[in-house]
Design a protein around this ligand. Structure first.
Ligand SMILES: [Zn+2]
Length: 109
């Protein structure tokens, strides 16, 4: 007879997946959970410097009342991102939107 996982689902029901050697299924295995948690922390650590750059650019735009939007981010190495920055200029008769892109050189095709 196959063993059932010892864990419970989010709804509080017994997990119905088949248990491995640990007594837990592949989702609830504590060793795997720890590995996933660690991978998430590693990603956050690697992404931090780029996120700081994006934060500074975004805050600078915000301080000027300009709109900014992250259009692409390098989710592999966390070294490049592209932002779209726009502002409205009053020409007297109408509001004109001026848009620019901020991106690292290596992202240019
Ligand atoms: Zn389970």
């Amino acid at each position: 007879m196959k063993l059932r996982c010892k864990s419970k689902t989010k709804e509080g029901m017994s997990c119905s997946r088949e248990a491995g050697e640990s007594g837990y299924c592949h989702v609830h295995d504590p060793v795997r959970l720890e590995a996933r948690r660690k991978a998430a922390v590693d990603t956050r650590t690697r992404a931090k410097p780029l996120n700081e750059v994006i934060e500074v650019l975004t805050a600078t735009c915000e301080a000027r009342g300009w709109a900014s939007e992250v259009v692409s981010i390098d989710n592999k190495d966390y070294r490049h991102a592209a932002l779209k920055v726009s502002r409205y200029v009053d020409t007297g008769s109408q509001q004109v939107q001026i848009t620019g892109f901020v991106r690292s050189r290596s992202m240019e095709g």
